[in-house]
Design a protein around this ligand. Structure first.
Ligand code: UT7
Length: 329
């Protein structure tokens, strides 16, 4: 019965570059301190790609791991979705390049752009195809090379971001494992709060746009902060209400690793103890679409969650976008 199908996460993979950029490294190039960055964000270090590493290489490595863990051959996949705002090329889609790299068949493959909410957006799309019985095995990837957009002369935001990739294999399941609920939202009126002004068709790249650094992230940090706290709180409340859960029923909240203060303000509203909130922002910073799958994979790998766990995924990002999911592992 198609209506009793659920999308179970049967394998996960992740990849971060080996190169570490610490707060001390920023002290050497910017007017900032380890103390300021740690207190305001919770970040101690982040991973930055080196030559030879790109959106595609990182996505490929994470995907291979996820497929191996799920024991699914690339040739048996029905669909590939890549969530990214830093694609390998302006076109074609990174998902098509990944399909070829993995040796999957001529299955549909597309990218999806929802910034830091991207992985949950992609998970939701994959879930719909499985619930309707259209596809049985789907690869969902969240990957971003945020160092590509970071202006290392702008202390107001470059300290936040890192590079990484996370991947999940979704398979049709008829037991209670799988995605129980998802919610997506966006407010394009807030597009200017965090964006890259140039490099698209509105303002194509020219020598002048490059000289002015308009290819880099411009962010109204305080506005994004307020929005983030409000939406992360709303997502937690909505996910629990829709699934009749209380904080006691939730084994782990996996929030977008955006800023320790934002995460704490969100979970405090529902009195979630911090041991039920997965944090790895100190090691990776904000990796955009990779943030949630990197945290989920790490929580699974170190035994913080496992089969039977109920997990809430919540994220917000540029767009503005926000998204949540309730997952039974
Ligand atoms: O996925 C979405 C990604 N975006 C975000 O997550 C952004 C959310 N916002 C934030 O995380 C915070 O707003 C920031 C961490 C970006 C900034 O923290 P804040 O507490 O909101 O600081 P602020 O922007 O209000 O700046 C306070 C002061 C300013 O100095 P004055 O004007 O008070 O003298 C800034 O110039 O801190 C200064 N400042 C810094 N000082 C040292 C800003 N960045 C830095 C820095 N090091 N890196």
């Amino acid at each position: 019965m198609a209506d009793s199908l659920r999308a179970a996460v049967t394998g996960m993979g992740s990849y971060v570059p080996a190169r570490i950029m610490t707060n001390a490294d920023f002290e050497k190039i910017l007017d900032t301190t380890d103390e300021w960055i740690t207190q305001r964000t919770g970040i101690k270090e982040r991973r930055i790609r080196t030559d030879g590493e790109s959106t595609l290489t990182m996505a490929t490595e994470a995907s291979r791991q996820a497929l191996a863990e799920a024991n699914v051959a690339a040739a048996d996949l029905d669909l590939i979705i890549v969530a990214t705002i830093t694609p390998e090329l302006p076109f074609p889609a990174t998902a098509c390049l990944l399909q070829s790299e993995l040796g999957a068949g001529n299955i549909p493959a597309f990218d999806l752009s929802a910034a830091c909410s991207g992985f949950i957006y992609a998970l939701t799309v994959g879930d719909q195809f499985i619930r309707t019985g259209t596809y049985k095995k789907i690869l969902v990837v969240g990957v971003d090379v945020m160092s590509h957009f970071a202006d290392y002369t702008d202390r107001g935001n470059c300290i936040l971001f890192g590079d990484g990739a996370g991947a999940a294999v979704l398979e049709a399941s008829t037991d209670e494992r799988g995605i129980a609920y998802t919610v997506l939202a966006a407010d394009g009126g807030g597009a200017g709060f965090i964006h890259a002004p140039a490099g698209g068709t509105r303002l194509p790249t020219t020598h002048q746009t490059l000289d002015e650094g308009l290819q880099f992230i411009k962010m109204q940090g305080r506005d994004v902060y307020r929005f983030a706290v409000e939406k992360m709180q709303w997502l937690l409340g909505d996910c629990m209400a829709q699934c009749n859960l209380t904080p006691d029923d939730v084994d782990m909240v996996i929030p977008h690793q955006v800023n320790m203060r934002i995460i704490c303000s969100a979970v405090e509203k529902y009195n979630f103890p911090m041991e039920k909130v997965y944090i790895n922002i100190d090691k990776y910073g904000n990796t955009s679409a990779a943030s949630v799958p990197l945290a989920l994979k790490e929580a699974m790998a170190n035994g913080k969650v496992g089969p039977g766990s109920t997990v809430l995924l919540i994220a917000f990002g540029a767009g503005l976008t926000w998204a949540g999911a309730v997952l039974k592992l």
